[in-house]
Design a binder for this molecule. Structure first.
Ligand code: ZN
Length: 385
């Protein structure tokens, strides 16, 4: 039985050009960089959402992207036939002697024609779930057998090809990738392997100050990095409201050292921009102040959005507030009813609007319940800003 199932997206110029590749020399592994989104979410994103978005954009602003196989905790889906090109590893991150950097000679000139792209989904906290890793190992073992590849030499990171920080968890900690390949090798030999829970250890920090409890107050999450620099590798993204431990006195040029333990008990260390963390007391007081200022100086946003919670009710909720939600979602190409009159913007919060909200939430790493609330409101406002 195959470790993945085929569910191909339709041919379109942005994500599945329908061009035959030139054989498979390597497997390129990626991470989705989309916290909380599943393999099925990405099937829909590359099959429908992204092409629909591109259709409404000028040529210059269109995005060409995809990969063959998406892996999450529960399944792996192949969305592009393995003998076709996907747009996953021919990006330009830097130039060397006037040429785009290309680190894997066997994949020159264009890795998209010579490799299969395997994407690992990430959890809401930016980490790989051990089950996702285990499934990706099965997928890679199967592909290595299929194409007569050697896991140790023929599985490469996107980073190795173009220097893109992908998959970020295995760029900041390359041992994780080395271990992954070794386990693929064992699986090919029929050995039963288990994936250990490993916490990040790429940061070498030697101060011994006291830690205090702190809270992330970055709306779109705060990136934890391996060094005191926005250019250093990303460890993971800490969602707004995450409790972290900040080391007193560790801030240098705005970057402080923190410790974070996720729900699986993995502990991560690294540096954050300290303007996005606050002690609980500070958070409370500045929250009040901000609210007071806001009412005075509110400048009208292009797509005003209501506060409060909106969902399918009996009878259905209707009115100007619902229309605001529908219009804002439509501006992001999440239409209540694409093709219907006014694309379904009818001021009624019915099942189709709930579905548009749900699709939006799915693609943005939110709880996808089709209920509009503060979290969804913030995300929409941010994207339309
Ligand atoms: Zn990648």
């Amino acid at each position: 039985m195959s470790s993945f199932r085929n569910q191909y997206i339709d041919i379109n110029k942005w994500t599945r050009p329908g061009i035959k590749n030139n054989g498979v020399k390597k497997l390129a592994v990626h991470y989705t960089a989309n916290p909380g989104a599943s393999a099925a979410n990405h099937y829909r994103y590359f099959g429908q959402t992204l092409p629909a978005q591109n259709r409404n954009l000028s040529e210059k602003k269109q995005t060409f992207a995809s990969a063959h196989i998406f892996v999450d905790r529960i399944e792996a889906i192949c969305i592009i036939p393995l003998n076709e090109v996907a747009y996953h590893a021919n990006d330009v991150q830097q130039f060397v002697n006037g040429q785009p950097y290309r680190g894997v000679a066997a994949l020159k000139p264009n890795a998209n024609f010579l490799s299969i792209g395997v994407e690992l989904c990430i959890e809401k906290d930016g980490t790989f779930h051990p089950d996702t890793i285990a499934r990706a190992e099965q997928v890679c073992a199967e592909l290595c057998k299929m194409y007569k590849l050697d896991p140790i030499n023929d599985i490469v990171r996107h980073y190795d090809i173009t220097h893109k920080i992908c998959p970020a968890p295995w760029v900041s900690r390359s041992q994780g990738f080395t271990d992954f390949k070794a386990r693929v090798n064992k699986r090919m030999a029929g050995t039963v392997v288990t994936v250990p829970v490993v916490s990040n250890s790429a940061v070498t920090h030697t101060d011994t100050g006291r830690f205090i409890k702190n809270t992330v107050v970055a709306k779109d999450g705060l990136v934890l990095r391996t060094q005191r620099s926005a250019g250093s590798s990303m460890v993971l993204t800490l969602p707004n409201g995450t409790i972290v431990k900040y080391q007193l006195g560790s801030t240098v040029k705005g970057w402080g050292y923190i410790e974070y333990t996720n729900s699986k008990g993995q502990t991560f260390h690294g540096y954050v921009n300290v303007s996005y963390i606050k002690s609980d007391n500070e958070l409370k007081s500045s929250g009040k102040k901000k609210a007071a200022v806001k009412s005075k100086t509110s400048n009208k946003p292009k797509f005003p959005l209501p506060d409060g919670v909106f969902k399918v009710t009996n009878p259905l909720t209707r009115g100007a507030a619902v229309k605001q939600i529908q219009s804002a979602l439509a501006a992001l190409y999440f239409y209540p009813d694409k093709g219907a009159p006014n694309n379904g913007i009818d001021s009624v919060y019915g099942p189709k609007t709930a579905n548009a909200v749900k699709r939006f939430q799915l693609m943005n790493g939110l709880t996808s319940d089709g209920i509009y609330g503060q979290e969804t409101r913030h995300k929409i406002l941010h994207l339309l800003r």
